[in-house]
Design a protein around this ligand. Structure first.
Ligand SMILES: *Cc1c(COP(=O)(O)O)cnc(C)c1O
Length: 430
């Protein structure tokens, strides 16, 4: 499509990045199921390998189907470029990799997806990286955690599993004052509900596995760059500002300007870490994104209705949905995610751990799975599954206490979901 910045979100989710296939006129983006691409001649090959010309070499780096998805996600997020990769967790490593090194740290919110807590508190230590966990509602604590070895600040826009909303503007202000990039995981909100770059985020990461694809078919991730960070303002980001030995001393920031992070993600990140998205996954993700706004509207409408019903039910202790007036984060919805607080929340059930397990086993429409952001309604008891590896203290900090279940509300009829919850709560209480 001819890029026209005045197109609205619904138009861009269908068209951005895609054009009829130049070889065949195919209207839907073809799945370019190929590993390699024929060079025009030896000079063309040399120019591609020197990064003097942009083109296709090998699908570990770039693939035309994946490239359409990258452009679509970058456009919807208001970024300048995006790199897709094999999963959301891969995206987090891909985002941190150019910034971090042995002895360096990232300041992260305590309210994160359980898998991210594990990745940050254990696995990244094997690279010599450290994550400092802080309550992101306490700006002084965030400031205090930043030291000379900090290279990034990381949080989720709408944090899984509690539906907590981060004050992105405030956190961006803290990161900015320290000369650090802010990385926001926007998986639970999607760019339809929240656009973190407009609130000061430097990079946005996604689990494409969730709402972007929307139907629970594929694994995928993305790192979107705002193009707004000055990587050469200090000597803290040498991967982007200093000569790169693997490319004859090329400096990414000097050479590629505000596309430096995206080029580095492909030319070094995907080339050497190899966390590549496959073209089939990109195809399913593109199909899903075409209906993103329609699905998110319905997800939010259903979540509001179901959360409100649960909140007034005597078998329920509390509901943590930011779309409810009782939520301490209700005030942030209008500013951070004006189209709604998403469709993820946790519910504390009277009767504790045992009642939660009985509830999960008694639900019929809700599937008990370790996933979210599906068209189907999903439920999980985080303390016995996704957040099982955490200490009870970490579980509580992450909004996943033992008496709490997490719901990901789908796009079915809200009344059917409520009927299902009603019968399952009766069994949980019994
Ligand atoms: C699922 C999820 C991830 C990890 O993504 P995968 O695609 O499963 O690797 C990261 N962050 C959030 C918020 C998620 O929901």
């Amino acid at each position: 499509m001819t890029e026209n910045p005045s197109y609205g979100f619904d138009t861009l989710q269908v068209h951005a990045g895609a054009r009829p296939d130049p070889a065949t006129g195919a209207r839907q983006t073809p799945i370019y199921q190929t590993t390699a691409y024929v060079f025009r001649d030896a000079d063309h090959a040399a120019a591609l390998f020197n990064l003097q010309e942009v083109g296709y070499i090998y699908s570990r780096l770039t693939n035309p189907t994946v490239a359409v998805l990258q452009e679509r996600i970058a456009t919807l997020e208001g970024g300048i470029g995006a790199v897709c990769c094999s999963s959301g967790h891969a995206a987090q490593i891909m985002a941190l990799f150019p910034l971090m090194g042995p002895g360096l740290n990232v300041v992260v919110s305590t309210r994160l997806y359980g898998g991210s807590v594990t990745q940050f508190s254990h696995t990244i230590k094997r690279f010599g990286w450290e994550a400092k966990f802080v309550d992101f509602d306490d700006l002084d604590a965030v400031r205090a955690a930043i030291d000379d070895n900090t290279r990034a600040v990381f949080c989720e826009s709408i944090a899984n599993p509690g539906g907590y909303i981060t004050d992105l503007d405030a956190i961006a202000g803290v990161a900015d004052a320290a000369g650090l990039p802010l990385i926001v995981d926007n998986t639970s909100a999607t760019p339809y509900l929240c656009r973190p770059i407009e609130h000061g985020a430097t990079l946005v990461v996604h689990s494409v596995t969730k709402y972007l694809t929307g139907n629970g078919t594929v694994m995928g991730g993305a790192v979107v760059d705002s193009g707004r960070f000055d990587w050469s303002a200090s000597d803290r980001f040498p991967s982007l500002s200093a000569p790169e030995p693997a490319y004859h001393g090329l400096k990414f920031h000097e050479t590629f300007g505000n596309l430096a992070f995206t080029f580095h993600g492909i030319a070094v990140g995907l080339r050497d870490l190899g966390m590549t998205m496959n073209p089939q996954a990109a195809h399913y993700a593109l199909m899903g994104i075409e209906t993103l706004s329609l699905r998110m509207e319905k997800h939010v409408a259903n979540a509001k209705k179901v959360a409100a019903w649960l909140e007034q039910d005597p078998r329920v202790e509390y509901v943590t949905y930011a779309g409810l007036e009782s939520s301490p984060y209700f005030d942030r919805v209008e500013r951070i995610c004006p189209k709604g607080a998403g469709a993820l929340f946790t519910v504390a059930i009277k009767g504790g751990y045992e009642a939660c397990v009985r509830l999960v086993d008694s639900l019929e429409l809700f599937s008990h799975v370790a996933n979210l952001g599906d068209t189907r309604s999903l439920v999980i008891h985080a303390a016995s599954t996704t957040h099982r590896q955490l200490t009870e203290e970490q579980q509580i900090a992450a909004g996943a206490a033992p008496n709490v279940v997490r719901f990901s509300i789908g796009i079915e009829d809200a009344d059917d979901l409520i009927r299902d919850l009603d019968q399952a709560l009766a069994k949980a209480a019994g």
